[in-house]
Design a binder for this molecule. Structure first.
Ligand code: HEC
Ligand code: HEC
Length: 238
């Protein structure tokens, strides 16, 4: 190959990559408003963002990859933990994380700050970021609903979850509500015995939580629910 041809290839390659890169950047920028649901950016969300900065939450936490790597990423925290669990962690981190190795400080947030930050985290969680970060893949959660529905026919635990209306506060896959953590998140960090014990008296293991007790169920029934939830984790990553 002559030097001239080599230079030609270099320039064509470099310039076409540059044009493509710029075009994609412009294209993505043009979609920002839609991807971020800018129409849902109300005053409370903005106040929440300000409080998040004022309280230096991102010294320890990341959102969309920005911030400190000491504590969990918060991009999808609202979707995995839900409204009430987030509030309790913000109000009483010293209680909520009492058993944790790493600590989140009690900053005595005002009730308004807690509400604003929760609204901000809810808005962030719904940014369309093409299923990133992957550990909180919404697409993967949706697939676990299919597993749950398939299991429900066979599993007495799944039937109890339906019967006791757990999904009026919890979600699994694309179903349910976001007051408490989603079942996939619970499955990833708890075993069936822990869940069974928790159901009997949530206040014992999570003081101050909004989770009702299920003391009216028998220990056997609580164990079946625990086994069903823990089994959701078995299908992780598929
Ligand atoms: C000094 C570091 C630090 C600061 C500052 C901090 N956090 Fe945390 N936070 C942590 C740690 C560590 C955890 C995880 C504890 C655990 O689960 O073991 C955590 C957990 C959380 C969780 C639960 C996440 C999950 O997935 O379990 C939320 C929500 C949260 N923090 C929000 C905030 C907000 C909002 C602020 C600012 C008001 C803040 N944090 C400030 C260290 C911090
Ligand atoms: C009224 C709303 C509500 C109902 C109904 C409800 N939960 Fe919860 N649940 C919550 C909230 C809120 C939390 C988060 C507690 C916290 O950590 O602050 C929670 C937490 C949990 C946890 C612990 C999560 C963890 O790993 O720390 C489990 C397990 C659980 N719920 C299972 C169930 C099951 C099973 C049912 C039905 C039998 C049910 N819940 C019904 C609101 C509810």
């Amino acid at each position: 190959m002559s030097e001239k041809t080599a230079k030609l290839i270099f320039w064509i390659g470099t310039l076409s990559s540059l044009v493509l890169f710029l075009a994609l950047t412009v294209d993505t920028t043009a979609q920002f408003a839609a991807l971020t649901h800018a129409d849902r950016l109300d005053e409370q969300v903005v106040a929440g963002k300000r409080a998040f900065e004022r309280r230096n939450c991102n010294d320890c936490h990341t959102i969309l990859g920005f911030g400190g790597y000491y504590a969990p990423d918060l991009t999808r925290a609202y979707l995995r933990l839900g409204e009430d669990a987030i509030k309790r962690r913000l109000e009483h981190p010293e209680v909520a994380f009492a058993d944790s190795y790493r600590k989140m400080p009690q900053q005595n947030l005002t009730p308004a700050e807690v509400a604003d930050i929760t609204a901000f985290l809810k808005w962030v969680a719904n940014i369309e970021n093409h299923d990133w970060p992957p550990q909180d893949s919404v697409a993967r959660w949706k697939r676990s609903t299919e597993r749950m529905l398939a299991a429900a026919a066979l599993s007495p635990g799944a039937a109890l979850v339906e019967q006791e209306n757990c999904l009026t506060c919890h979600s699994v896959g694309g179903r349910g509500e976001s007051k408490g953590p989603r079942l996939e998140w619970i499955a990833g960090s708890r075993d069936s015995a822990w869940i069974a014990e928790y159901l009997a008296d949530p206040q014992k293991l999570a003081p101050g939580s909004e989770m009702p007790d299920y003391a009216h169920l028998s220990p056997g029934q609580r164990q079946m629910i625990g086994e069903f939830i823990a089994a959701i984790a078995a299908g992780r990553g598929r």
